[in-house]
Ligand binder design. Structure first.
Ligand code: PLP
Length: 456
């Protein structure tokens, strides 16, 4: 039976990223409270939040320091803006801290409210930068299949998932697509990982030549693709990509919306893969998701070009009412202080093997094609025939079935396209909590296997 709260929600709420007709039949799970890595529904059932919400609630669901910081800011200066030469006080402290955290030298930080907006801003700034430098043709952005960069018109265009384009008349022009570096799915029979990397590098070079290097402005990539399936790139992939970008004077935009602030056991994915980005987008764990905020780091070179060009037209014509919102700044600053005080990145490195080893133990399960991950992000890719890397028919909904069984056992995880089960718990998770997460995963796998055998 659907509860009264669920009924109200169903009547008037258009749910994002949801199978709407199925929701109408089943009703939503109404979450009302959080404590540590757990959340609780309206009936008092507890769940380990194995996804930290949407890869974001890094400090769990009851960090009092963040609530206190928010309260202090709300009762001091609840709102001010950064337009026309003003700035709310907390912005200054936050930008200092963000520049300290930057994985490579960065010139400036620009604020927005979501990962989508940060990437949208990057899309616009690529044009601004090249126009400022007298290269108006250089404005195409190369993005990858299965990339996820958000849902605004530009960010959805950069994203490489078909459901984000169908019916929306997207992508926009000037977005060019290349392959996803998921060797398990896209490696050819007999191809080694090194040959796969070479093939993708050649494809990138060929694509740039086909489009004309003078028209290609930037390449955008998540260090580890999240929503596209938790894709950890093969060794050497980014080194080869970056050499090609450099040769053609193409900017690198690192979308660190999931990987920024410790998820991979380094402060940023940029350090893990030795990237040299010109822009970096961050969101999610910037505030532990307690309030919406995103930011775009830009290199000093980009900043200088933008400042010069905007001088000619009067003002720099971009920014949001809530760019650098004081509440978000105060919470972000406190979040980063907690990361430092609690040595959160070290903690991730310490507990990550527990998750990664645990997931890899499931690799021999008859439902699992591949177990993978890095730091505190991981995935089980389910398969009809693991030996042949053959997926299930999507219509079977095997991943969705697994997620429902996990929920019944007190674990929230997420299914991504291709029956990939994603894990991305709060960074504060303990080894004992990881063990509990894995035990519930095992139960859900057993249930799913039993069900699959009824129709196979
Ligand atoms: N970039 C990446 C890598 C993401 O995972 C997401 C969201 O999941 C976004 C961008 C978009 O962020 P938002 O949903 O805050 O707009």
């Amino acid at each position: 039976p659907i509860s009264p709260a669920g009924r109200s929600d169903l009547t008037h709420h258009l749910h994002p990223y949801t199978q709407l007709r199925q929701l109408e039949r089943e009703g939503p799970l109404v979450i009302v409270r959080g404590d540590g890595v757990n959340v609780f529904d309206e009936h008092g059932n507890g769940y380990i939040e194995g996804m930290a919400g949407l890869w974001c609630a890094s400090l769990g669901f009851s960090e009092k320091r963040l609530a206190d910081a928010a309260y202090r800011q709300m009762t001091t200066l609840p709102y001010y803006h950064s337009f026309s030469g003003k700035v709310p006080g907390p912005v200054a402290a936050l930008v200092d801290k963000l520049i300290e955290w930057a994985p490579v030298p960065m010139g400036r930080v620009l604020f927005a409210n979501s990962g989508s907006e940060a990437n949208d801003t990057a899309f616009k700034l690529v044009r601004y930068y090249n126009n400022a430098r007298g290269r108006p043709l250089k404005k195409k952005i190369i993005a990858r299949n299965k990339g996820y960069h958000g849902v605004t018109m530009a960010a959805a265009s950069l994203s490489g998932l078909p459901m984000m384009h169908q019916h929306f008349d997207l992508p926009l022009p000037d977005v060019v697509r290349v392959s996803c570096p998921h060797f398990y799915q896209f490696g050819l029979p007999g191809e080694t990982e090194a040959q796969f990397v070479d093939r993708l590098a050649q494809e990138l070079e060929d694509t740039i030549q086909r489009e004309g290097p003078e028209t290609v402005a930037a390449f955008i990539a998540e260090p580890v693709q999240g929503a596209g399936g938790v894709v950890v790139p093969p060794a050497g992939y980014f080194a080869k990509v970056q050499a090609i970008l450099k040769k053609h004077d193409i900017l690198l935009i690192a979308d660190e919306v999931i990987t920024g602030f410790g998820r991979l056991g380094q402060p940023f994915g940029t350090q893990v893969f030795d990237l040299k980005p010109d822009m970096i987008t961050v969101a999610k764990m910037l505030t532990s998701a307690y309030v919406p905020m995103s930011a775009l780091y830009v290199s000093d070179q980009i900043y200088q070009a933008v400042a010069d060009a905007s001088a000619a037209v009067g003002v720099f014509g971009h920014g949001y009412t809530y760019s650098g919102h004081p509440l978000a700044c105060a919470v972000a600053l406190e979040t980063l202080r907690i990361y430092e005080d609690d040595r959160i990145v070290d903690h991730v490195r310490e507990v990550a093997p527990r998750l990664q080893d645990g997931l890899r133990k499931f690799a021999s399960h008859p439902l699992v094609g591949q177990a993978r991950g890095l730091g505190l992000i991981g995935a089980l890719e389910l398969a009809a025939d693991p030996a042949q890397r053959k997926p299930f028919e999507p219509a079977r909904g095997v991943g969705a079935y697994f997620v429902r069984r996990a929920q019944a056992h007190g674990l929230i995880v997420r299914v991504l396209g291709g029956d990939i089960i994603a894990f991305s718990p709060p960074l504060v998770i303990t080894e004992a909590e990881i063990d509990a997460m894995l035990a519930r995963t095992e139960l859900a796998l057993a249930d799913t296997w039993e069900w699959v055998r009824t129709w196979r």
